[in-house]
Design a protein around this ligand. Structure first.
Ligand code: F6P
Length: 369
C-alpha cells in the first residue's frame, strides 16, 4: 500500500438500503476530482472471493459515466449480500463438515495485487465489523453507516432509515381508513431487527394506537385493554405497530429461520401472533400486514439522499486527509468521523428515556408495558 492514494475500492454489504447508490455516486465523483480511480467490488466481497462468478469482473472500474443518474435509485449497482462473512466464511471440508474460515487474507491479497490503496465500506454493523478487522490487518478503510434499522451507534442516523420510516408512515395513513371502516384491529409488522426505531418513529408519525418494540417487552393484555378503552369511547378500530424483534414479557422473539453458518437468524411472525392474541382477547376482527422488504425498496427520501451524498463525499475527504479505521457519522449539523472500534459490534437500541418514546406516551400510545 503506497501512502499516496491512486485507486480506491467501494463495497456495499448487508441488506440494501435506499441511498447506497447516492453514496457510490458521491465517492466516485469526489475521488475522480482528486484523480483517483474507483473500483466497485461486487456483492459485498464476493467479487473478490468468487471472481469466476462475474464474467465482467468481480472488481470493476467505476467511472463518472457509470454513476451518472443513479443518485435517486434504490438498491445498489454493486449488488450486496448478507451471507458469508469473510471473517467466518462457511466452507465445506473434505470430510463433508462445514467450518467457518477467515478469508480476509484473500481480500488483502487482492487489494495488493490490484494496487488498490483504500476501501470505502458502506454497510451496517456486520459490514463495519469486517471493515474494522481489515483495517487492523493493515488496509486503509473508511466506513459509511447504512441501514434502514438505524441501529448503528455513534451516528445521529444512518441513511435508509428516513426512507423506511416515511414509507411505513404512509402505509399507516392508508390503514386507518380501512381499519375504521371495518372496525378492525390491524397489526403492522415492521423490520428493524433487534431495535425498534422504525416501528417507534413511524408508529408515532402515523398515529398508531399501540407500538411494540424489542426494547420494551410487552404484555398483550395491556394492548387489549387499550383497544377496549378505545371501543368504549366510540373509537371502534385500532392500529398496532409491532417491530419484528418485539417479544412478549413472558415469551420469546419470533424467529422464522434459526442462525446457521454464515447466516444470521431471520426474524418474523410476531405480527400474526399479536393479531391472533388480540382477536382472542377482544373478540374483534384482526388482520396482519407485514411490510417486510417493502421498507428497503424505492427511492431514497431527500433526507437520505443528502445524508448519503454527504457521507460519500466525507469518506473521500477522510482518505485524502490520511484518516483510516474511521466511520463517517452524522453529528448534526455536521458530519464527523468516529473510530470503527467504537462502532463495530455495538448496537444502538431505543433508549428508554428518549423524548420520542416519551412523546408517544404523552400522546396516549400504548407500549404494552
Ligand atoms: O438489517 C436490515 C434488515 O432489513 C432487517 O431489518 C431485517 O431483519 C433483515 O435485514 C432482513 O434480511 P433479509 O433480507 O435477509 O431477509
Amino acid at each position: 500500500m503506497s501512502s499516496r492514494i491512486r485507486r480506491i475500492a467501494i463495497s456495499t454489504g448487508g441488506g440494501d438500503a435506499p441511498g447506497l447508490n447516492a453514496v457510490i455516486r458521491a465517492v466516485v465523483i469526489a475521488a475522480s476530482d482528486r484523480d483517483w480511480e474507483c473500483y466497485g467490488i461486487r456483492e459485498g466481497y464476493n467479487g473478490i472471493l468468487f471472481p469466476e462468478r462475474y464474467p465482467e469482473g468481480g472488481v470493476f472500474r467505476l467511472t463518472r459515466d457509470r454513476v451518472r443518474g443513479i443518485g435517486h435509485l434504490g438498491g445498489t449497482i454493486l449488488g450486496t449480500t448478507n451471507k458469508g462473512n469473510p471473517l467466518a466464511f462457511p466452507m465445506r471440508m473434505a470430510d463433508g463438515t462445514v467450518k467457518e474460515v477467515d478469508r480476509t487474507g484473500e481480500i488483502l491479497d487482492t487489494f495488493a495485487r490490484k494496487e488498490l490503496d483504500a476501501l470505502v465500506c458502506i454497510g451496517g454493523d456486520g459490514s463495519l465489523t469486517i471493515a474494522h478487522a481489515l483495517h487492523k490487518k493493515g488496509l486503509r478503510v473508511v466506513g459509511v453507516p447504512k441501514t434502514i434499522d438505524n441501529d448503528l451507534d455513534k451516528t445521529y442516523t444512518t441513511f435508509g432509515f428516513d426512507t423506511a420510516v416515511s414509507f411505513a408512515t404512509e402505509c399507516l395513513d392508508r390503514l386507518h381508513s380501512t381499519a375504521e371502516s371495518h372496525q378492525r384491529v390491524i397489526v403492522v409488522e415492521m423490520m428493524g431487527r433487534y431495535a425498534g426505531w422504525i416501528a417507534l418513529h413511524s408508529g408515532i408519525a402515523g398515529s398508531a394506537h399501540a407500538i411494540l418494540i424489542p426494547e420494551i417487552p410487552f404484555d398483550l393484555d395491556k394492548v387489549a385493554a387499550k383497544i377496549r378503552a378505545r371501543d368504549q369511547v366510540g373509537r371502534m378500530y385500532s392500529l398496532v405497530v409491532v417491530a419484528e424483534g418485539a417479544n412478549p414479557a413472558t415469551g420469546h422473539r419470533s424467529v422464522l429461520e434459526e442462525a446457521s453458518a454464515g447466516q444470521v437468524e431471520r426474524l418474523g411472525g410476531i405480527g400474526e401472533w399479536v393479531a391472533k392474541g388480540l382477536q382472542d382477547l377482544t373478540g374483534k376482527d384482526a388482520r396482519t400486514v407485514v411490510l417486510g422488504h417493502l421498507l428497503r425498496g424505492g427511492s431514497p427520501t431527500s433526507f437520505d439522499r443528502l445524508a448519503a451524498l454527504r457521507f460519500g463525499a466525507a469518506a473521500v475527504r477522510a482518505l485524502a486527509e490520511g484518516q483510516s479505521g474511521v466511520m463517517v457519522a452524522l453529528a448534526l449539523p455536521n458530519v464527523n468521523y468516529v473510530p470503527l472500534d467504537e462502532v463495530a459490534g455495538r448496537m444502538k437500541a431505543v433508549p428508554p428515556d428518549c423524548d420520542t418514546l416519551q412523546t408517544g406516551r404523552d400522546l396516549g400510545i400504548c407500549f404494552g408495558d
